[in-house]
Write a protein that binds this ligand. Structure first.
Ligand SMILES: [Zn+2]
Length: 333
């Protein structure tokens, strides 16, 4: 921004006054130079704003490397809950939540309190099974949520039990804006883009189709991508591949349906081509599941939430940093 003040400094200089007293041609050359300088600074400022609107307005960063995306895979038993946190140095973070664990516990709210979350920008429910919607009523009741996002099949609360009913009552009571999405929707969390890749089709709200209808999210920050698949099945994976082969590539893949054999097909693994994977599973028995074994066979290191919360950090350029309660690894991606 200081660049824009430079012409004012120039005009205040004695040299400029002297220049005015000289021949017209010299004044014109000087004026032309000043005009060129002003235009150059204006373009430079516009470019800075385009690259980093938050930084331009004083939500200041010292360099690109202090923008950080953290994806927290919570240890919530055989269930899913993922917190997406985007932070800029000197700014408050913004958050998205993808699923809220199983019923009968408070781990998700406890974790959000621990992170000092004040507001959730987006709350995504991938599909209305209890191991994904479980603690949403408590989360929606306890935090400011700017938008609740799910697929339209999740509205059939009568069918999905008391927790689902409670969830929609809170959405209504608090006036939380909500949105039903399918493939093609896009959300912005700071400078992180969240693309909804699936479901590609409306698979209906029959119990047997709910996993197919899972929201599939591609979370992208600069050169890094995370693919979060809910409980999407190999049928959904086939449709995802047909719909957008190039969108699927990710550095990190959350294995579908807790590592079950009906998800994470070999073909899907080839298209995603992850460097690392996360398995949301409650106990070591889950690690015998075929989807998980396929990922291992593909040569992908898999971090498991049954070992603790898995926290993945990236500046969007460097390799992912991955930590669990028991292990840490740098340079996985
Ligand atoms: Zn599940």
């Amino acid at each position: 921004m200081s660049c824009l003040w430079s012409p004012i400094w120039l005009f205040s200089q004695e040299r400029f006054v002297i220049a005015l007293k000289r021949k017209k041609i010299k004044v014109s050359i000087f004026g032309f130079s000043v005009l060129f300088f002003v235009l150059f600074c204006a373009f430079a400022s516009l470019y800075t704003f385009w690259k980093s609107p938050f930084g331009f307005f004083g939500c200041e960063v010292e360099s690109d490397s202090c923008d950080v995306l953290r994806v927290h895979f919570l240890s919530v038993g055989s269930a899913d809950s993922i917190v997406i946190e985007f932070s800029k140095k000197g700014c408050s973070s913004c958050y998205a939540l993808v699923d809220a664990g199983d019923i009968g516990s408070h781990e998700v709210c406890d974790y959000l309190y621990k992170l000092n979350v004040k507001k959730i920008n987006y709350a995504f429910l991938t599909h209305p099974h209890r191991d994904h919607l479980g603690q949403f009523p408590e989360v929606l009741g306890s935090f400011q949520v700017d938008m609740f996002v799910t697929n339209k099949n999740a509205t059939n609360f009568e069918k999905y039990g008391i927790t689902s009913k409670k969830l929609w009552e809170i959405v209504k009571e608090k006036g939380i804006p909500f949105k039903f999405v399918m493939s093609g929707a896009r959300f912005l969390l700071g400078e992180v883009e969240i693309f909804v890749l699936g479901p590609v089709f409306d698979y209906g709200d029959a119990e047997k189709n709910l996993n197919d209808s899972s929201l599939v999210l591609s979370v992208r920050f600069k050169n890094r991508a995370f693919l979060l698949t809910g409980d999407a099945t190999s049928k959904s994976e086939r449709d995802l591949i047909e719909n957008c082969k190039d969108c699927l590539q990710a550095d990190l893949l959350k294995l579908g349906h807790h590592g079950g054999g009906g998800s994470t097909s070999s073909k899907f693994l080839r298209h995603v081509s992850p460097s690392v994977a996360v398995l949301c599973a409650g106990n070591q028995e889950s690690v015998a599941k075929k989807g998980y074994l396929r990922a291992l066979k593909y040569g992908v290191p898999v971090y498991k939430t049954c070992d603790g919360n898995v926290v993945v950090t990236t500046d969007g350029v460097s390799p992912l940093t991955i930590k669990t309660e028991r292990a840490s690894l740098r340079g996985a991606a």
